[in-house]
Design a protein around this ligand. Structure first.
Ligand code: PNW
Length: 462
């Protein structure tokens, strides 16, 4: 490699996945039904009626996938546990066959010299708990803490990094407000209750896990965005403040400062009196964090306007309670296959803001990546130049943030493999490894080779 920027020694070169997106094997090993099984099997929810029934068949192919990671020089692997594999109906003792699957996966990783980085909840709530009201019910937070404590006990001799939730904003607002994600409810007050109970579940889970294991590291992953007004006017400035409150500060402030933002509570008054917020909850949520995981994809530029149409027939409700006037503004930048504008500077802004306003705090980029079209060529290679460019630009920004003093310790690329992209099914490919869904054959893309060279050098080219 030519001139390059080196990362601090010990920097984590990671890749990330999530259980429902890759595992398949949904009816095996005593696994219970999750809200994503129910949702994807209900017509009209997922593009082309696709489901995670098979996905990348990782449930059967995990040894091959771990070998692939070792070949790519991956140092850390972020994956999630499927709650209904471990507690099929969301309660009680662990299902031994589910625990055995994750135990073997962890052993395989450790033998390959890869650090396992576990996420407890990446959106596959046991359907039985949704049938009892799901995240809008306070009891779900208690159930989550119970599950976390038991899962931790089963793996803590080998897993030292624990993330409670992945992107609670998506769980609460795509799941219960907009309904684009499971469980597909469209109820703004319920979504606000879900948001609080996700936070409460996080706090209770960290407290329970840390009690017997004070030396492990506990954190959470948030999807964070810079939010900019679309115009210079006061209305757009106020909208940007409201969206920043819902998207970023709604999570950061209770986690790291022990309070909800006062402006957010005012903004939400027309939607909810927040009577689900009980004395002592904020203290529970405000557990010390050993790290914060940041998922970064794009920047929100927002203008007051009509809510644009969603991807399915009819206008789905806005995922922004109290701010349904939010309209995204395009700046004409190049976009990914998701339609998301490529904006590496936004990553630097997020990292520096966290350092300045909430730090000092060890940070990890727990997801960043790009969907772009790519296919296996006749030469057996997958040329994904857009992804290589994208990753190079974002890693450079991460390097710059470290030079600016941000305590960034690692970077997990989303994703190891092409996989089930939620409501968009298999139509969007995020992997640095191609997955042929007919044959389950894996092919390392050019971006995977780029990752291997960069991880080996602990550096990216300038
Ligand atoms: C994240 N949005 O989801 C998830 O953590 C992954 O499971 C997912 O595959 C990845 O990003 C790519 O989408 C998001 O609408 C889903 O803003 C939707 C949004 C953001 C993140």
């Amino acid at each position: 490699m030519g001139e390059s920027r080196r990362f601090p020694s010990g920097f984590a070169w990671g890749v990330a996945t999530a259980s429902y997106q890759i595992e398949g094997g949904v009816g095996e090993g005593g696994r219970g039904e999750s809200i994503w099984d129910r949702f994807s099997h209900t017509e009209g929810n997922v593009l082309a009626g696709q489901t995670g029934d098979v996905a990348c068949d990782h449930f059967h192919r995990y040894p091959e996938d771990v070998a692939l990671m070792a070949d790519l020089g991956v140092t850390h692997y972020r994956f999630s546990l499927a709650w209904p594999r471990l507690q099929p109906d969301g309660t009680g003792g662990l299902n031994p066959r589910g625990a055995d699957f994750y135990s073997k996966l962890v052993d395989e990783l450790l033998e390959a010299g890869i650090t396992p980085w576990v996420t407890l909840y990446h959106w596959d709530l046991p359907q039985a708990l949704e049938d009892r009201g799901g995240w809008p019910e306070r009891d779900t937070a208690h159930r989550f803490a119970d599950y976390a404590e038991k899962a931790h006990a089963a793996l803590s001799d080998r897993v030292r990094h624990w993330t409670t939730l992945n992107e609670p904003w998506c769980s609460a607002f795509l799941g219960y407000a907009e309904g684009r994600h499971a469980p597909g409810r469209q109820d703004h007050p319920a979504a606000l209750r879900a948001a609080h109970h996700l936070m409460l579940g996080h706090g209770q889970a960290v407290a329970a896990m840390r009690e017997g294991d004070p030396d492990a590291e506990f954190g959470i992953t948030l999807n964070l965005f810079p939010v900019d007004p679309g115009t210079d006017g006061d209305a757009d400035a106020d909208l940007a403040r409201r969206i920043d409150a819902l998207m970023n500060r709604q999570w950061l402030d209770p986690l790291l400062r022990g309070q909800y933002p006062a402006d957010l509570i005012d903004d939400l008054a027309p939607v909810s009196d927040l009577d689900h917020l009980l004395d002592g909850d904020l203290k529970t949520i405000n557990q010390p964090l050993d790290f914060l995981g940041v998922n970064y994809y794009f920047r929100h530029v927002v203008s007051v306007g009509e809510q644009p149409r969603g991807w399915r027939a009819g206008d789905p409700p806005s995922p922004w309670p109290g701010s349904s006037d939010m309209t995204p503004v395009s700046r004409g930048l190049p976009t990914t296959a998701m339609g998301w504008e490529v904006d590496p500077d936004g990553l630097g802004e997020v990292l520096r803001r966290l350092h300045r306003e909430y730090g000092p705090l060890p940070l990890y980029i727990t997801e960043n990546g790009i969907a772009c079209p790519d296919e296996v060529g006749e030469d057996g290679a997958v040329h994904d130049a857009d992804r290589v460019d994208y990753l190079r630009q974002h890693f450079r920004i991460a390097h710059q943030a470290i030079a600016d003093g941000v305590d960034l310790r690692g970077y997990f690329v989303w994703s190891l493999l092409d996989n089930f992209e939620w409501a968009l099914g298999y139509s969007k490919r995020f992997g640095i490894v191609h997955c042929d869904y007919d044959t389950q054959r894996r092919t390392v893309k050019d971006s995977g080779h780029w990752f291997r060279r960069s991880a080996a050098a602990n550096a990216v080219e300038i």
